[in-house]
Design a binder for this molecule. Sequence first.
Ligand code: PLP
Length: 440
Amino acid sequence: MTTALLKHPIGKTYPIVSHGKGVFLYDVEGKDYIDGSSGAMTANIGHGVEEIADVMRKQASEVAFAFFNQFSNKPAEDLATKLASLAPGNLNWVSFVNSGSEASEYAIRLVLNYWRSKGLSRKVKILGRHTSYHGVTMGAVSMSGHATRRADYGPLLHPFPVVPPAYAYRYAGDLSEADYARKCAQDWEDALLREGIDTVAAVIVEPIVGAAGGVLMPPAGYFTMLREICDRLGVLLIMDEVITGLGRTGAWFASIGEGIVPDIITTGKGTSAGYAPMAAIIVHEHIIETLRQNSAAPPYGHTFSGNPVGAAVSLAVLNYVEREKLLENANLRGEELKAGLEAFSQRYSHMVDVRGRGLLWGFEFVMDRASRRAPDESRNTSATFVADCFDNGLIVYPAGVPPLNNAVIISPPLIISGDEVQELLRRLDTALATMDGRID
Ligand code: PLP
């Protein structure tokens, strides 16, 4: 097979993609793949949508670039208005960046500016959780509880995150969901007090943990308790909705489903559904009001911040999600996917803990159900399974932080049809049978 040489200098090669249509991608040899993970939980409206390409062309021919510190532009203004209208509560100030990692970086700088403007410049720490991922740049990876992605940069990073994840399958033990939620919230309060709240600026959490955990669902009530703790202790709450934002969970934002209004939401991936590099920080008006009152500026942007083409594309993508009722489709197809995954979990004894919402689903492989012991790290279980699926024409996403590299994410485009869900399940079935044999 023709492979790309651009990526991994050691070992790994990739087929060269030729084109995409709907939920399918095709390589240059003509093989088709169901994009069962939307790439990296990104391609929300699927591939090859002509009307988005038309918007891109039209915008590029009108104005492709105008520097954010010299001009605003209409698509960026309209996109900001759209995002503010979709976000919960009074999150109505928006800034644009080009990736989820940059959104994390911006959030760090913004919360520091906020506290400094109030005369509290000692508040600089941002607490995160073990088993989390907020991006690959230095600040973002510093906040991430992802040992592998931190590994090579240790001396430059802030300390490893201090708060345990909400990960019921592994850590709830005999606790009820309500008691486990209380315990996880208490972990936050303990950590904040231990670190010293006069030094903590913010906490950052993924509403549903993605790549680091394989779709870890929060116990009911957990985020309301975390919101209350942050308010009581004077700490800002950043929700990293880079995966969950803009439709993936069958709602515009997972924070809405959790019934909370964060201080800051970060987005990426689904913001443009992959048609352009585009990400956003959506900020509560109280933060902007404080900066304004203290004559403090929000952080500086990037050369490409609010790029007119990216903004026009994102706006068209969000309008497409709305017009085609893709949140509703995500919930309907999500139920079918869940039913199929649960049936597999009955059949394949090593596949456990089907978990998710909307079109964001995950599960784990274990050696045996009773002990819940994960396969040994050296087996590279999730990567091996992903490779089996790939051979079989299905793209799924590996998840979990070693030693728990045993989880998988299924997150197809939100446009997926009922028949395509069944085809995805058929291709998954073949790979599950292979994996069952590998583990026995
Ligand atoms: N936050 C979360 C939850 C993510 O999953 C990711 C990427 O996977 C990021 C941030 C970083 O986004 P990007 O890869 O666009 O920099």
